[in-house]
Design a protein around this ligand. Sequence first.
Ligand SMILES: [Mg+2]
Length: 301
Amino acid sequence: MNMRSIRVLLLAASAVALSACSVNIAARNDKPAPPPLALASPPAPVAARPGPEDDPRLLATLYMQQAEELRRLSKQAYALAALRLPSALKQPGSSALEQTDGGKGKPPAAIFDVDETVLDNSPYQARAILSGTRAFDPAQWDQWVAERAATPMPGAVDFVKELRRSKVRVVYITNRECRPRDTVPHDPCPQHADTLANLNAVGLGPVAPEDLLLKGQNGWPAEKAPRRLEVIRTHRIILSFGDQFSDMMSVTRKEDSAARARIAAAHEDLWNSRWIIIPNPTYGQWADILPEPLSRSLRTR
Ligand SMILES: [Mg+2]
């Protein structure tokens, strides 16, 4: 077969294929058009209900509960405190800015915040995430406090024991708040007994009642300076511990991040000798002062 014959054959085959195709299209066009789908008005868009996976607290709470890194950071903070203890005892001066005379001649005390400093309340946070409670719920919080179930922050128990061996008074100043509770109507501050029991149960005691100072007790405000002054009357404060800046010194809640950085920088000597911060990524004034939406505060360079 020569090339011409092949070309003729190919042309003929193409014509047959085209003709078959035309027949198919015609057949399709002959079919009656299907009736239009009987759709009612389009469904209204349903806003997806935000769940735990959308909660902005999720990753930070998981970091508290699951990250070995968090455990190590907390232990390192208390190990640093143990290294600083001998000089904090020996060197004159106080970790409380209010103790302007340095507390010379008074026996030593150390001041601890409670929540996320010596006790881990991340299960409360986890419950709030799982139940979809976005705003702080005082009733849910009080229920958690009443359970007395918080576990110690890593490293805290051993260090507090070391302080007690060194005859340092351990004082807890917390913004857990005195609130009446229906189940114990005779007690104006059941949170005091709960916190005392929780601290003792995990090995952070024995805590004398006068060594645990709550917000609202004796009319004390959230600002911790008046409670520090109470301790200063009789003791020299050699070390201060907290997960927040305001556990160490008075900081108004109106400061922005840059102002907080400037205030902190003014006390470099205390950060380097007597103030110890315990890591808490889950909440705090650092977050409270950020404007909404939070993404506005992201830095891209
Ligand atoms: Mg705290």
